[in-house]
Design a protein around this ligand. Sequence first.
Ligand SMILES: *Cc1c(COP(=O)(O)O)cnc(C)c1O
Length: 499
Amino acid sequence: MASEKITKASTHVSQDEGLLFERSAAGKWGVALPDCDVPRVSPEQLLDRKLLRETIEDFPEVTEVDVVRHFTRLSTWNYAIDLGLYPLGSCTMKYNPKINENVARIPGLAHSHPYLPYSLVQGNLKIQHLLMECLKEITGMDAVSLQPAAGAQGELTGILMIRAFLESKGNPRTYILIPDSAHGTNPSSAAIAGYQVKNLKSGERGCIDPAVLRTAMTDDVAALMLTNPNTLGVYESDLVEIIEIVHSRGGLVYMDGANMNALVGITKPGNMGVDVMHLNLHKTFSTPHGGGGPGSGPVAVKTPLEPFLPTPVLEKNEEGLLLYNFNRPQSVGRVRSFYGNFGMHVRALAYTLANGPDGLRQTTEDAVLNANYIRSKLQGVYDLPYSSPSLHEVVFSDKLQSKFGVSTMDIAKRLIDYGFHPPTVYFPLIVHGALMIEPTESESLDELDEFVHAMQSIAEECEQNPELVKGAPHHTRVRRLDEVGAARHPILRWKPDSK
Ligand SMILES: *Cc1c(COP(=O)(O)O)cnc(C)c1O
């Protein structure tokens, strides 16, 4: 019965298991180049004989068509946003419009060398400058650095700036307050910047409790680091009071802006009193992400923190020429080579300008609508631990299914059989067995309905045939992987004898 519903995943099993990964055979050739008509220098003339290899062990011998088919086949064994919904909560896996790729690949942009003189790259710098202006407008902040290459690096840069700012006032202080719902990068960024982390326990609604904060906010606290909407997808409705409490004791407020997909075009963290924040261009601004990069995590600050921005800082001189200023004595220094991941800046600007202010607002509204559609359809089918209104993502738990011995991990794996990427699981930590679903605005009603249907079917299976769910995935090339082992002891190269 279940297999009838399984449609999309079928591409993963179109080749039977007898298909060998190994395609190499002695004597196969991939190229046939004409003889070289340049006088040859023998290798011995260039290198010591001892350094030369006669043969290369395990070097595959394959034809060109073997190579093309091998990699094309591998690509179909994977999941991608270009195949379907990718509801990985907190990660904002929205569709990346192809026009952005075309723009980023314009040769003048893609091939320009970072050492070109400023006079020859005014267009590139204008792209960065315009993006900075857009991000200032969107966030309500006063200054931006595009340098950080990831959200986590934006956090580290921001906390280093907070430290430098407080140090300039005489005392960098000792602690950073972080709610227990925070993304794991928050406490690690604070620790790397030399701070000790104090945990703030969330209140009943899953938000920061002003009373708890008031007690924790002492004169040795440098900053509160919060995510808004938080990792439950819930808006911190006491934010103004929260920020007042922190400021009244001389602390600063850092906002993790990875969830800006719920706010863009609606409201601005700068207006709320946030002092420093970062954005994830590779989430909210539709630049590709996954596989470790390249990302972009610009950091935005209020005027008092501007002197501490990473060097160099993009500025316009008196003649209107854009150039990078390295002479910034109070700067926290450089955090990334050259000017950041320029290609991401191009994509983000293309996305921003293509949407315009109304489009960006619509994007946010659709993202929130889609999350709430899923919430209303799955509420009751899955346990909803916090009933506060959801913004762009919704967090369920496995409480109702655990009665049948089925866990969040099993449900996530079963979704793969239905052709969907699983949601984020076991995060935020304050929800036991969390299933964190973020559909984003990219998805049509049809796609959302298919997902809802899959989730409803899995809930039925949990009752009627829990073993089916616990044994999932059934239709992928590999089944349950040792994820921790893969991270701790990565095998990065396939070898014939490791079959
Ligand atoms: C993704 C994310 C981060 C980290 O961003 P990276 O680019 O992966 O370093 C930080 N905080 C939250 C809430 C996130 O969702």
